[in-house]
Write a protein that binds this ligand. Structure first.
Ligand code: FAD
Length: 535
């Protein structure tokens, strides 16, 4: 590591690496500081046990529509080794009566599956998809891929078009209100709420009613990275290096240094100082960036207050059970629905929308909710992640971070809870217990220990309530990736459009940084206000 770079980037999550690659391609010298021994944050594939040939994706696995994201092609990630599969039977919800509600890459097959539960709901699905396809294409995708507009300006622009007006109207609802209003079958309502919302927003929250039709209409299916998600991290690292960037591993930032109100570099815990000629960009959460890394007397009091008030998503934390298998799970329901053998994401234990309230209630009480779980057997699609003839699989479940009031309780509870989950899984796939050669679990506390930016195990790095959306993410009026202090930028999931492997906080931050530096780049989209002015 040298003493001075144009840009110093904190944390090596995919958003940071994307920003770094774009800045490097524009001729800036860059370094990324990462405390861990590996770069890539939530793009982690581990061999467990070491030397066994069984590989597990311990953080993210489902990468929705990833190959359609602009940075995937801009940064030549396919050529750098990140290859993706998109299994046709993308999601299957197995109901208590052994049927399956299915989402296919072919829309007509999804409609057929809905029709087996309710003809009326199949019609609603078609109608909402048709209605929302242009909204997704002309509004929501461009908005996700650009720095957000101030709310008044956005509302005014959207009000000018029919598509915009429909979007504003549907957004007024909560996801719960939307499904109850538009769909009738409990399993369909529950499936839509789960698949299109439960992971991200409090379903009771108004302002998110458009999430479900938007996701249905987007056609962006869950994809998996061949060889494990680590390959995407490696491809991003290759893109960073190709652009002249450096990544300093096992290097922990201690303080962002500020002189005359301007960020000048970063001091590390081993006493080094890296000067930043142009900027420091943080891929961390607001607590880390503003409260842990900046001296209190350097930070305007209202900013410190806003950082303290930043909220995490209390229903986002996951408990994971990972298994090494002698054979793939065989679902009993496949006797009736043979296509389930090739199902990618399988959801178990969910039949009614009321279960959502139960899950929230259990989270509030610090208790593990009755099991609703989802997972995949990746090796059915990519044999390279296990020894020949063997398999890996996982199940995830929403559990509270503060188990019985204290996250430390997870250390004594997690192994037993893993066994409970395995038994529950065997009710749907009776061979799973005898096929299991080895298993390991990860609790919400383990998630936070591995990636401390996921405070309280919030894998989305910030709730979408508390107004923390769009132009108000992470703080009111601060959704522009500029970190208030001169020379400081924010590029992690605490910024618009939020967590998950979308890379868009990093992509959007790159647009802002280069515009501020007066550097034109051929890949940059037109300003979002121009894109929305369609008339
Ligand atoms: C169990 C689990 C399952 C998930 N499943 C999915 C999924 O299927 N699909 C999906 O899209 N998303 C999933 N996610 C969420 C996804 O992993 C995250 O939203 C995403 O990784 C966030 O990306 P990021 O670039 O903001 O930062 P991260 O990937 O969180 O990376 C942050 C980086 O910063 C580093 N860091 C932390 N603290 C400091 C510090 N003080 N100083 C410097 N560096 C620091 C970390 O070591 C890390 O390298 C899952 C997450 C978990 C935990």
């Amino acid at each position: 590591m040298r003493d001075v770079y144009d840009a110093v980037i904190l944390g090596s999550g995919h958003n940071s690496l994307i920003l770094q690659a774009y800045l490097g391609r524009s001729g800036l010298s860059t370094v990324c500081l990462e405390p861990r021994a590996v770069a890539g944050g939530g793009l982690e594939t581990v061999e467990n046990p070491v030397g066994s040939g069984f590989f597990h994706n311990t953080h993210s696995f489902y990468h929705r529509g990833l190959t359609r994201l602009p940075w995937y092609s801009d940064l030549n990630l396919r050529q750098h080794g990140a290859e993706y599969l998109e299994p046709e039977l993308n999601v299957a919800l197995i109901t208590a009566d052994g049927r399956a509600l299915e989402w296919w890459t072919q829309f007509e097959k999804t409609v057929e599956s809905f029709a087996q539960f309710s003809r009326r709901d199949a019609g609603a699905l078609q109608r909402w998809c048709e209605r929302f396809r242009p909204i997704v294409q002309n509004i929501l995708v461009p908005e996700a891929q650009a720095p957000p507009l101030p709310l008044d300006q956005r509302r005014a622009l959207l009000s000018e078009t029919e598509e915009g007006r429909v979007l504003l109207k549907v957004s007024e609802l909560s996801p719960l209100e939307f499904v109850r209003q538009e769909f009738e079958h409990p399993a369909i309502q529950a499936g839509l709420l789960f698949f299109n919302g439960l992971r991200e927003v409090d379903l009771r929250c108004r302002g998110f009613g458009h999430h479900i039709p938007a996701l249905l209409a987007s056609g962006r299916m869950a994809q998996m990275c061949v060889g494990g998600v680590r390959r995407l991290a490696d491809a991003l690292i290759a893109a960073v290096r190709e652009a002249g960037g450096e990544i300093a591993l096992r290097t922990t930032p201690r303080q962002i240094r500020i002189e005359d109100g301007c960020v000048i570099g970063v001091e590390t815990t081993d006493g080094a100082f890296v000067r930043a000629r142009r900027l420091v960009a943080s891929g961390l959460n607001p607590h880390q960036t503003f409260l842990d890394l900046i001296e209190p007397d350097q930070l305007p009091a209202p900013v410190a207050e806003k950082a303290r008030n930043f909220q995490y998503n209390f229903i986002a934390p996951l408990f994971a059970l990972n298994v090494n298998l002698r054979e793939a799970p065989q679902y009993q329901a496949a006797e009736r629905c043979p296509e389930l053998k090739d199902a990618f994401m399988v959801i178990l234990g969910l039949d009614r929308p009321e279960q959502f309230e139960d899950i929230v209630g259990h989270h509030e009480a610090g208790a593990i909710p009755p099991t609703v779980m989802w997972g995949t057997c990746p090796t059915r699609f990519d044999a390279s992640q296990a020894p020949p003839g063997r398999h890996t699989a996982f199940m995830w479940e929403k559990t509270p971070y503060r188990l019985e009031g204290d996250p430390q309780n997870w250390d004594r509870a997690k192994e037993e809870h893993g066994r409970v989950l395995l038994r529950k899984w065997s009710e749907y796939a009776p061979n799973i217990e005898s096929a299991t050669l080895a298993a390991f679990t990860a609790s919400p506390l383990d998630v936070e220990r591995t990636l401390p930016n996921m405070k309280h195990g919030d894998l989305l790095v910030g709730a979408f309530n508390n107004g923390q959306v769009g132009f108000h993410r992470p703080f009111a009026g601060a959704g522009h990736y500029r970190g208030i202090l001169k020379g400081l930028y924010l590029c992690g999931s605490s910024c618009h459009p939020g967590g998950n492997i979308t890379g868009l906080p990093g992509y959007n931050c790159a647009q802002v940084v280069l515009a501020d530096l007066g550097i034109a780049a051929p890949w940059m989209p037109r300003p979002i206000a121009d894109q929305l002015k369609r008339g």
